[in-house]
Design a protein around this ligand. Structure first.
Ligand SMILES: C[S@@+](CC[C@H](N)C(=O)[O-])C[C@H]1O[C@@H](n2cnc3c(N)ncnc32)[C@H](O)[C@@H]1O
Length: 244
């Protein structure tokens, strides 16, 4: 199986050689960072239509999580273009964090369309190092389709726990690897090196549920769901919450 994966990876690499050469020379990444917000914005409208009832159910729980200020302090990790804003209850105080500064233009547009929320700041940083945010300062942290792209899910989850107050909740919706040994997993392995360039670092074969299970939250609930887009190789999704 491993030899077949290597051979097919090589074939895909040859077919997409210009992309890999550009990445090697360092000229692909800046291009990717500037087109990626528009790609995400295009996919988000369709994906939100398909996920509407599930996202409403998940984020509907946020209104019970009011902190000391009487409002919910919410950190949107890897906020992208603000795909989840429409699902948050009125009055949430939103801090947006993303390492890609090009997200800000489309993020500002989403903010203008969701006046029921209060925006605190847009922090350009990685989830692995959120030093701009104080310990225990958030009632809620949200991550949707982000842990596939970070350098270290383990470090990000440690930071999530640091910024959450005791009893604070981490809500997530992430795509994960297909079952090992399946043909779908084989194709994920074949496509991953190329997909990572197209998808701004997105990994197809992450078993993110393992990182969540070992992150030492006091409680963890999750369910597996089918992907919103069957034509993409991203595979099954996990949705749920983890309590600090
Ligand atoms: C697939 S997009 C998802 C965006 C948004 N959360 C959504 O659901 O549409 C992945 C996002 O994670 C961000 N990201 C990548 N690496 C990150 C990191 N280390 N820490 C935080 N966010 C990261 C990307 O810039 C991008 O905005």
């Amino acid at each position: 199986m491993d030899v077949l994966v290597r051979l097919l990876q090589l074939l895909v690499l040859l077919l997409t050689l210009p992309l890999h050469l550009m990445a090697l020379l360092g000229c692909w990444q800046p291009l990717c960072k500037s087109y990626f917000p528009y790609l995400m914005a295009a996919l988000t409208a369709k994906s939100n239509q398909k996920m509407e009832s599930k996202k409403r159910e998940l984020f509907g729980q946020i209104k019970r999580l009011t902190g000391g200020s009487g409002k919910v302090a919410l950190l949107e990790l890897g906020c992208g273009t603000g795909a989840n804003f429409q699902f948050y209850p009125a009055g949430c105080r939103i801090t947006c964090l993303d390492p890609n500064p090009h997200m800000e233009k489309l993020l500002t547009k989403s903010m203008a369309e969701n006046r029921h929320l209060q925006y605190e700041q847009f922090v350009v940083a990685s989830g692995e190092d959120m030093k701009q945010l104080a310990d225990g300062s958030m009632d809620v942290v949200v991550s949707t389709l982000v842990l596939c792209s970070v350098q270290s899910p383990r470090r990000v989850l440690q930071e999530v726990q640091r910024v959450l107050r005791p009893g604070g909740v981490f809500f997530f919706w992430e795509h994960v690897a297909e079952p090992r040994g399946s043909w779908a997993f084989l194709w994920q392995q074949v496509l991953e090196p190329t997909w990572k360039h197209i998808g701004d670092g997105c990994c197809l074969t992450r078993e993110t549920w393992k990182d969540l299970e070992s992150a030492q939250f006091s409680e963890l609930q999750m369910e597996q769901q089918p992907p919103p887009f069957k034509w993409l190789p991203v595979g099954p999704h996990i949705m749920g919450k983890a309590i600090k």
